[in-house]
Ligand binder design. Structure first.
Ligand SMILES: Cc1ncc(C[n+]2csc(CCOP(=O)(O)OP(=O)(O)O)c2C)c(N)n1
Length: 554
């Protein structure tokens, strides 16, 4: 059979080009929710052997791609339908953007043409996504599918990583193309990989060497993968303590202990892929002394510009370098190893501040019968995490802050500077795929759990076991605490929840569940969760406790 003289087997759909391109680029899994405009891509996935994880809400698919991207360093892939399916993703894209997480969102799109605006589910998708993505565009020419998909992945992964959104009109996906004739694109990346020149690297090192109390501050992407290894070895070589900043609570990030107290003593801050933004303020003031100087390495000129505006005084910004920060870091780490550095007691002081937790927490117990204090929960969970390789996932809210203060694991995913809640459960499913042999533990408040609780259904269908610990205080406690503090005990409104048995919700979906009322029950419950080999929800009754703000004097 032939079409227009061409043998039919030479002709493939645009959708096949997309999926074959992804497969050849090493993509094995797409996080997706079906819809009219993307069904050709589902069909193409069948032949290519790409795994589809079909979720219950589009935002969950983006959160999963986000977590996958953070854990692997490769762009996680989400696939959603046009219009409303796409629009459901915007908040999750913002989370990924702020967490500097590489992902590509492929969205269906109404057919292009003169009547496009009158089409079913038409939206200006690229324009909408532009606010929360590194790049976004619509592919109008089927011949561009191959190179544009690769380009999207490359943009997502390079420089400051982040989400990229590609809209794929259904007529483009259904167009017939001759296999293998699409332009490859010699340079598919917009990003030029350049590192610091050697003399520039030495200028940076000189600034640190001349300081008494230098700090290295790293942004979210710098605290993952190879960048994390390079920045840790740089900081170790220079005896300049490293502070990784990933939390929306900034200098009050409970996983950084009492670090807020120490920042005003720094005389030089090396910002590495770290924007001088709200996270580095205490109230309205910058968290540093006015005599503190800055050196900045960043992939984006806009981050340098922001520092200038935040500081006001240009003389405080000694050096700036716009480069591929990952490559520059390796160059810096190498150059730093060649020098002799003096040991600074300052480094011990900073590390002690970060490690500081009130000793009273070792004994903390609940004063409410039938409810645990978050610290009691964390003591048991930490024992469990210590037993093997683990990924800790923490949502926001007050319970999440306790988890971040008290728990550690080899790898950790938190909501990130967006401060958005609700991502923990989808993060956990993707972590199971990225880390098939690790213990995956997601800690979440009951409010945040509700956002994507039905992803337990996805986890059961796709056999993705993990453990969710739902701190159930029957409240949106973070907001309840604001009401108490700001407006008074008589003016709390609307932040109550029911003491729902979320374990029963999970078991109704085919998962394992247990209701835990005492700290002594937790470790056995965690062990039973592992033995079940099922996704597990532990409903854990906790006190309504405000999040910790850690100070050494307090
Ligand atoms: C998407 C989003 N919606 C709303 C908020 C505001 N918010 C922050 S914490 C919080 C309460 C969280 O409640 P829960 O998950 O139960 O945790 P808790 O504070 O009770 O421990 C809310 C509503 C937010 N940060 N992100």
């Amino acid at each position: 059979m032939s079409i227009g003289g061409e043998h039919v087997t030479n002709r493939i759909r645009g959708a096949d080009v997309v999926i074959e391109t992804l497969k050849a680029a090493g993509v094995d899994v797409l996080f997706t929710l079906s819809g009219n405009q993307i069904m050709p891509l589902f069909d193409a996935s069948l032949d290519a052997g790409v795994r589809l994880i079909h979720v219950r809400h589009e935002a969950a698919a983006v959160h999963m791609a986000d977590a996958f991207g953070r854990l692997t360093g490769r762009a996680g892939m989400a696939l959603v339908t046009a219009g409303p399916g796409f629009a459901n993703c915007l908040s999750a894209l913002y989370v990924a953007r702020m967490a500097e997480s590489p992902l590509v969102l492929l969205s269906g799109h109404a057919p292009t043409g003169p009547l496009a605006e009158a089409a079913f589910q038409h939206l200006p998708q690229s324009e909408m996504a532009a606010c929360v993505c590194k790049a976004s565009w619509t592919i109008g020419d089927p011949e561009q599918l191959h190179s544009d998909v690769l380009r999207a992945m490359s943009i997502a992964e390079s420089g400051r990583p982040g989400p990229v959104q590609l809209s794929l009109p259904v007529n483009v996906l259904e167009a017939r193309l001759v296999r293998g004739e699409q332009p490859v694109g010699a340079n598919i990346s917009d990003h030029v990989k350049c590192a610091l020149e050697q003399h520039e690297a030495h200028e940076v090192l000189d600034a640190v060497a001349n300081a008494q109390r230098p700090l290295v501050l790293a942004g979210p992407a710098m605290m993952r993968g190879e960048s994390c290894t390079a920045i840790t070895s740089l900081s170790t070589a220079m005896h300049a303590p490293l502070i990784g900043m990933e939390s929306p609570r900034g200098v009050n990030d409970p996983s950084l202990g009492a670090v807020a107290e120490i920042l005003p003593r720094a005389d030089l801050v090396l910002l590495v892929g770290k924007r001088l933004d709200f996270t580095l303020r205490q109230g309205v003031e910058l968290a540093f002394d006015s005599s503190c100087r800055f050196v900045q390495l960043d992939a984006e000129e806009s981050a340098i510009e922001l520092t200038r505006r935040m500081l006001g005084d240009a003389s405080r910004l000694l050096q700036t370098h716009v480069d591929d920060v990952g490559t520059s870091l390796s160059a810096l780490a190498r150059a730093a190893q060649e020098r002799t550095w003096r040991r600074r007691q300052w480094r011990d002081e900073v590390e002690a501040a970060i490690a500081f937790r009130p000793t009273a927490w070792r004994e903390t117990q609940s004063s409410t019968p039938g409810r645990m204090h978050p610290v009691e929960v964390c003591r048991a969970v930490q024992q469990f995490l210590d037993e093997g390789d683990a990924v800790l996932i923490s949502d926001g809210g007050e319970f999440g802050q306790w988890a971040q203060a008290c728990l550690s694991a080899q790898e950790r995913i938190i909501n990130g500077p967006s401060g958005s809640i609700g991502g923990a459960i989808p993060f956990a499913l993707a972590a199971r795929i990225a880390r098939p042999h690790a213990r995956i533990v997601a800690v979440t408040g009951d409010g945040a759990f509700g956002f994507h609780a039905l992803e337990f259904d996805t986890a059961v269908r796709h056999k993705l076991p993990f453990i969710a610990i739902v701190g159930n205080d029957a409240a949106w406690n973070a907001e309840y605490q604001i009401q108490l503090n700001k407006y008074g005990v008589d003016r709390t409104l609307g932040c109550e929840l029911l003491p729902t048995r979320y374990d029963q919700l999970a078991t109704s979906l085919g998962a394992h569940g247990a209701n835990v009322r005492a700290a002594a029950e937790l470790l056995p419950a965690l062990q039973r969760a592992v033995d079940s080999a099922l996704p597990t929800c532990l409903n854990v009754a906790i006190e309504r406790t405000p999040a910790p703000i850690i100070r050494q004097g307090a």
